[in-house]
Each structure stands twice: as C-alpha cells, then as structure tokens.
Design a binder for this molecule. Structure first.
Ligand SMILES: C[S@@+](CC[C@H](N)C(=O)[O-])C[C@H]1O[C@@H](n2cnc3c(N)ncnc32)[C@H](O)[C@@H]1O
Length: 309
C-alpha cells in the first residue's frame, strides 16, 4: 500500500499534494499531441517538488498499459486538461476585466502563460507555502508574469477581505474570479462564506468561473471508491474533500443579481472531443458518439459561469 501522504516531507512543508497532482495533470496534457493547453511550467513545478509519489508528467503511448499507480492520475489528467482549457477560454473570451482574482491558485501558471490585456492585475490567493514554492520555481525558470501578479497568502476558510483590500484590490472595479479545484476542499460553511465574499466584492461587469463541489455522502460505495483512489495514488482524498451539503453557487449568486450558466463535465467532453477513459485514449473520434461512453463521473460537479450586469 502507498505510504500515507500525511507523512511525506512535502506534506510537512505544507505543499498540498492535490495542487501538485493538478500540475502533473497539466504537464501530462501539455505533452499530448492533441493538447488542449500548453503549460510550459507544469512539469518543472512537479519535478521541483520532488514528491515521493510517482506523478506522471507525460502522456504515454499506451495509457491503458501504464503502471496501475499512474492510471488514476492519467485519467484525471484528461479532466484537468479540459478544465484548464475551459477556464482559459472563459478568461480570454468577450469581456476581460483588468482585475482578476484566483482563489486557491495552487500551481496555476495562467499569470505567466496567458495573453493578458495591458494593465491587467492578477491576485492569487493560497497558502504562503504554495505561493512561495511557485514563486521560487518560476524565478529559477526566469519566467516573468505577463500581467501585474499580486500573491496573497491567506486562509480562505477565515475572513480574507481586508487582506485582499490591503494588497490594492479595488471593489469598485469589475473583477473576474476563478474558483478552480477550490470548493471541494472547503467545508460547506466556508464555501458559502467564500461565495458570499465574491458577491460582496464584485462591481457590475464582474464575472466568475466556479468548479462546483459535489456532495460526497458517507456511503459504503463512495467510501470504497475514495479509499481505492487514495491507495492507488497516495492522495488522501477522504481527508481532503469536504464531505457534506455543498451549497449550489447558482443559488447563492442569482439572488445577488448574477446571471449564471451551468456546464456539465459531459458538455466539456463533447466540446473538446475527449472521453474520460484510458481505453479510449481520452480522445473521442468520429465514431465516438457510437462508442459506449463511460458513465458520468459522479465525483465531478461541473462548472458555473456567472456574470453580474
Ligand atoms: C486542488 S488544488 C487546485 C489549485 C489550482 N486552482 C489549480 O487548479 O491548479 C487546491 C488548492 O486550494 C488551496 N486551498 C485549499 N484550502 C484552502 C484555504 N482554506 N485557503 C487557501 N487556499 C486553500 C490549496 O492550497 C491548493 O493549492
């Protein structure tokens, strides 16, 4: 059985393995011939972390033949690739705002790899350890942000508004908010509080892209799936994921005047021509609609995009 993640050097330093696993997913996606995103920094971030986990950074020629420990992460990389591209597309669509906030930014490198309009500011909030690690590796790579990057170490399960204001965030300006892979790690009350702050700090014209958390009740079936995934990957999912009653972002934002759209994972699969399966090499071909599709992944909640008129 895999060594419990809590006892690793990395975990002791406070670098969350989930942030690293997501960066590995982007590295794998970047390596594919049909890549949906190019994150030239993801692989270096994973390597620099020197994790004891065997995190894949390259899409293998025969993914279904990959070592069993890597298969769940390769499968996850298909989802991470689509998620990253979906949010990249959202950020680069129609009406970019000069002010942007990434909550739970992790090892996201959008500040360094996207074309930001002149004068753009990107505020990244995460733990000090994550932000310091990323800044250290990016500086070693001589990577320069393509916007004004403001890193704010803060705990999003505690009040963070004053800290954000103190770094120069202007609540009078329209803002784009990114909540990618964050809500599942917060308990329901903290999710509500974070979404409430997003609404409270948003001027007209603001936008948000939010990956939803799904309810993961403590049924035997879900416990067994989480345990199996943790044993295979070393990621202690059952400890990490907030388990009960996640609020629906739409129900919180619409009463505050936001217009919301929802996007299922299946929609992303069809938008980007991907199948969440290693057998299908993760790519839907022309016959894809006739091929038996894997059942929808119940652990994924899809996305909400929202706009405040
Ligand atoms: C799964 S990672 C996703 C990171 C990034 N959004 C991405 O997609 O690459 C979750 C991130 O949320 C951060 N996070 C979780 N709980 C947090 C909290 N209470 N305050 C600040 N950051 C938190 C973690 O440190 C981690 O970097």
């Amino acid at each position: 059985m895999t060594e419990p993640a809590g006892s690793t050097e990395l975990e002791d330093q406070g670098l969350p393995l989930t942030a690293l696993a997501v960066a590995a997913g982007r590295a794998v996606e970047t390596s594919r011939a049909d890549a949906l995103v190019a994150d030239p920094f993801a692989s270096a971030l994973v390597v620099a972390a020197r994790s004891h986990l065997d995190l894949p950074t390259v899409w293998p020629a025969e993914p279904a033949e990959a070592p069993p420990l890597q298969q769940p992460l390769l499968l996850a990389s298909i989802y991470i690739g689509m998620r990253t591209r979906f949010i990249d597309d959202f950020l680069q669509s129609d009406t970019p705002t000069a002010q942007n906030v990434v909550l739970g930014a992790g090892l996201d490198t959008r500040a360094f790899r996207l074309d930001w309009p002149d004068g753009s500011k990107v505020f990244e909030i995460d733990s000090a350890t994550v932000l310091k690690f990323k800044a250290h590796v990016m500086s070693r790579l001589a990577a320069e942000p393509r916007c004004k990057l403001i890193s704010l170490p803060a705990d999003l399960s505690l009040p963070w508004r004053e800290q954000l204001l103190a770094t120069g965030f202007d609540p009078g300006q329209a803002t784009t908010w990114v909540l990618e892979g964050l809500l599942p790690y917060l308990d329901a009350a903290s999710q509500r509080a974070v979404l409430g702050e997003v609404a409270a700090l948003s001027a007209p014209g603001s936008r948000a892209v939010i990956e939803r958390a799904v309810a993961l009740p403590k049924t035997d079936d879900i416990e067994a799936k989480l345990r199996e995934f943790s044993e295979q990957t070393g990621l202690p999912m059952s400890e990490l994921l907030a388990r009960a009653d996640p609020p629906d972002p739409v129900e919180l934002l619409e009463p505050a005047g936001w217009r919301c759209s929802t996007h299922t994972v299946e929609e992303l699969c069809s938008m980007y021509g991907r199948v969440l399966s290693l057998d299908a090499s993760g790519t839907a071909n022309l016959a894809g609609s006739e091929r038996e599709q894997p059942s929808p992944d119940q652990s994924r909640g899809g996305f909400v995009t929202a706009w405040l008129p």
